[in-house]
Design a protein around this ligand. Structure first.
Ligand SMILES: [Zn+2]
Ligand SMILES: [Zn+2]
Length: 364
């Protein structure tokens, strides 16, 4: 496959500035590094959050959810199953964790690695330059876990697996066993909330309830099999939403509440968990303000609060298998597709939430 000398990339140059389209040198590959031609990059709330705030790493190429075809490589790179990755393979890949720090080795929590590169926010002026998906090409670092995309999984869904769905797989791993008598509440009906609903429905919960907005997204939750839904636009008062969960659960609260709505939903979600239940907090966007939790929520209520960040190679693999074999109309999540030249419209659509998930196809 031919590799040009330069890639074409969208570049964020300032807070809330329109992305600029520019040429970026394709770097020489380190041993075991690869270069992918991007099929699709998808945007999520994190891209918008970084756009509003990531002053210190600007300029950078946005996009941390990418699916691409390998067009060049330097030496061998094995995938998560130990098979060689070849030119022409369609793949997704994880952040490269260092493999040597306390988190990577002793704690076995590589997503906490302080030395990892994080795609879609690294300065474009620093080697290897191409670390964002909103470009014709992206650099696949030597230490990245690489996962081949199964036939039948579209590139835009594979791209989305490399953020939302892999984090959900990691979250469910941390949540542990789900007895068949348990009820879950999912806070949020965005891409993360809808994926979490699909995974929860597949994990044996007795009932899965969804809370979200706007109406169009709540309709998707109904279509995907939520056992009951609450539209926040129709029920604006927090106490009424908590009461709804109590009414739905015989007055005891949900066994498990999964936060996929951003940090502002945490305090309300904790009120929805039953005594002795579990709260899984996935969504990381939203306010940085402190929240108040009464000590009773932690001790007397015997609450188990579980956080999760990102995912390792096995979670990416699990996410792709779920997309391949899960019986849900996952394509509903991708509401718009944009060429690189129109990426500003994609950012605007994500900001206004008129898009659930926007896909960028940098190579046409
Ligand atoms: Zn590390
Ligand atoms: Zn993302």
């Amino acid at each position: 496959m031919s590799v040009p000398k330069e890639a074409t990339a969208a570049i964020i140059t300032g807070v809330d500035q329109k992305p600029e389209i520019s040429r970026v040198e394709i770097p020489k590959l380190e041993p075991h590094a690869m270069l992918a031609e991007i099929q699709t990059a998808t945007l999520c709330g994190t891209d918008i959050h970084l756009w509003h705030s990531a002053g210190k790493s600007m300029p950078y190429i946005p996009g941390h959810e990418s699916c691409g075809i390998i067009v060049s490589k330097e030496g061998n790179h094995l995938d998560v199953l130990g098979e060689s990755v070849e030119i022409g393979d369609r793949v997704i890949w994880a952040y490269p964790f260092c493999g040597e720090c306390y988190y990577c080795t002793v704690a076995n929590q590589p997503t906490m690695c302080p030395n990892a590169l994080r795609f879609g926010r690294e300065p474009v002026g620093v080697y290897p330059h191409l670390l964002g998906g909103c470009a014709t090409h992206q650099y696949v670092p030597p230490r990245s876990s690489v996962i081949k995309v199964p036939d039948g999984v579209p590139s835009e869904l594979a791209a989305s697996a490399s953020c939302a769905l892999r984090t959900i797989m990691h979250g469910f791993e941390r949540l542990g066993r789900v007895p068949a008598h348990e009820t879950a509440v999912i806070q949020g009906t965005g891409p993360v909330g809808l994926y979490a609903l699909a995974v929860a429905k597949s994990r044996g919960f007795k009932r899965v309830l969804s809370i979200g907005a706007p109406t169009s997204r709540v309709a998707v939750a109904n279509e995907w099999g939520a056992d009951a839904t609450l539209n926040m636009d129709e029920v604006p008062e927090r106490k009424d939403r908590v009461k709804w969960v109590m009414d739905q659960t015989g007055g005891i609260g949900a066994d498990v509440v999964i936060q996929c709505a951003g940090s502002m939903a945490v305090s309300e979600g904790i009120d929805m968990v039953r005594a002795g239940g579990r709260y899984l907090s996935i969504g990381e966007g939203g306010t940085n303000k402190d929240i108040e939790i009464t000590p009773r929520a932690m001790s007397v209520k015997m609450l188990n609060i579980i956080g999760v960040r990102s995912g390792a190679g096995r979670h990416f693999y699990e996410a792709l298998q779920f997309l391949k074999y899960g019986k849900f109309p996952f394509g509903d999540l991708i509401t718009g597709t944009y060429q690189l030249d129109n990426i500003a419209d994609a950012f605007a659509g994500m900001k206004s939430m008129s898009e659930v998930k926007a896909a960028i196809t940098p190579n046409g």
